[in-house]
Design a protein around this ligand. Structure first.
Ligand SMILES: [Zn+2]
Length: 113
C-alpha cells in the first residue's frame, strides 16, 4: 500500500470547539469536521482517501422511481483558496433565527455513502 497522503486541514473551521460527534468512519467521538461538516478524524479521512483512491463518497438520496446516483467525486480534501467555507449551524435548531443559506446550500439532500 502506498503511503497515506496527509491532508492540510489547518483552517480552524475543521475543529469544533463546542461539540464532539461520532466520527462517520470509526464511530469514536471527534471534534474534527470535514469540509462538508461531517464529523471525522483527520487520520480516518486520510486513511479512507488512501484506501479508496478512485471512489466518490456522495450520492443522491434514494427515492421511488429515481435510482441513487453518484453526483461526483467528493473526497476528503485539503484546504485551499477555492474551498468553500464550512457550513456551520450556529443557532439552535428551534431558534427563529435560522442561518442564512450559503453557497453550500445546494448540497442539501446529499449524504455520504
Ligand atoms: Zn475516526
Amino acid at each position: 500500500m502506498d503511503a497515506v497522503q496527509l491532508l492540510d486541514w489547518g483552517d480552524h473551521d475543521h475543529f469544533d470547539a463546542w461539540a464532539t460527534r461520532p466520527c462517520c468512519l470509526c464511530g469514536k467521538p471527534t471534534p474534527m469536521r470535514s469540509h462538508a461538516d461531517e464529523a471525522v478524524h483527520k487520520v480516518c479521512a486520510e486513511e479512507w482517501n488512501a484506501a479508496h483512491p478512485d471512489e466518490a463518497r456522495r450520492y443522491t438520496p434514494p427515492a421511488p422511481g429515481r435510482p441513487q446516483r453518484d453526483v461526483g467525486t467528493w473526497r476528503f480534501h485539503n484546504d485551499g483558496p477555492t474551498t468553500p467555507h464550512l457550513r456551520r449551524v450556529a443557532v439552535a435548531p428551534d431558534s427563529p433565527r435560522r442561518p442564512a443559506p450559503t453557497e453550500a446550500g445546494d448540497q442539501d439532500g446529499l449524504f455520504a455513502a
